[in-house]
Design a protein around this ligand. Sequence first.
Ligand code: ADP
Ligand code: MG
Length: 384
Amino acid sequence: MTAGTDGVRALFRGSFGAEPTGCWRAPGRVNLIGEHTDYNDGFVLPFAIDRATTVALAPRDDDRVRLVSTFDGALVESDLGAVDRRDFAGWSAYPLGVAWAIGERHAGAERRGFDVAVDSDVPVGAGLSSSAAIEMAVAVALNDVWGLGLDRAELARIGQRAENIAVGAPTGIMDQSASVFGEADAAVFLDCRTLDVQQVPLGFDAAGLVLLVVDTKVEHQHSTGGYRDRRDACERGAAAMGVPALRDVTVDDLPRAQELLDDVTFRRVRHVVTEDARVLESVAALRSGDLARFGALMDASHVSMRDDFEISVPQLDAVVATAQAAGAVGARMTGGGFGGCAIALVRADAAAALAVDVLRVFAARGWREPVPFTVVPSDGARAV
Ligand code: ADP
Ligand code: MG
């Protein structure tokens, strides 16, 4: 479980010489299934994990903003005027971007300066969305101390706006939604078109299963060619099919898509269309307690990303193959691809042995040492 609030309170006291008004915590997330479907108006099924970012925060009487994080220890000073000019850099773009986005979306909101200390046990850049965790922790904190009364869906939109505009990362709303709507032992089923959210009970624990995450340590970059190129292919495919987004193409439409599209674009489209179908089927399987079926869908999702969407790398394939050889219920890469993490749904008593297997396979191939760890479906952003 995530650490208590003692550390972040001490950092706040040490940096600002006062007590914080309170502490707020928001988790990272892992995506169970539904990859590259978000920007196609489709479906995703992430859950909030038991690793989170905690902020200690106090509002000020003036417009100054001061920030400190265990991330780098440096004290950042700003004010609301600079925030509204989007004059910020480095990691402070995430928390200050949230303050900016609140002002942009809620012109009437009465904002004041604040002091904030940040601590996190979400690994950074590992594909578990430490960025959404810091955004949502700050968003729930400011919502409370500024008395905004915004609902969770709006807090997620504010986080996405901060990430898209203040940080400049072209991401969907999945990460923030998982972080605010998460519930213990449940996944967050999100319709990326309507933004409708439903919690889906997972029952992993009751079934004696855990979700093992393996960070392959292969670096991925959202902004680089691969991600852009896949988005472009999806847009091209939707345009050729005469629909606003690939969400509107069904599995039955695929033969027509194959006639209309070149081979590469067709395979990109087929991944997204079948992945949407797999998310819907996963939700049905989980609701009926059919974890074996869900596992088979995870496996199929990986094949689709590897062969049709072509976003896997040998390290991700190796984790999946090793998990499947060890009898995992299901396994797949997760996240945007080209590196990052793979996940495996395994018996709780087999997870440690699988982690050892994976380390051995990587060592034998001379790959950088991966980091395996289990995650538990947990509650979303809240005051602590
Ligand atoms: P991730 O996959 O972890 O979301 P991103 O590149 O989207 O990776 O976001 C990571 C960035 O978020 C970090 O480089 C940093 O700027 C910011 N960040 C995350 N956690 C913290 C933290 N605890 N303190 C300060 N900044 C953080
Ligand atoms: Mg991120």
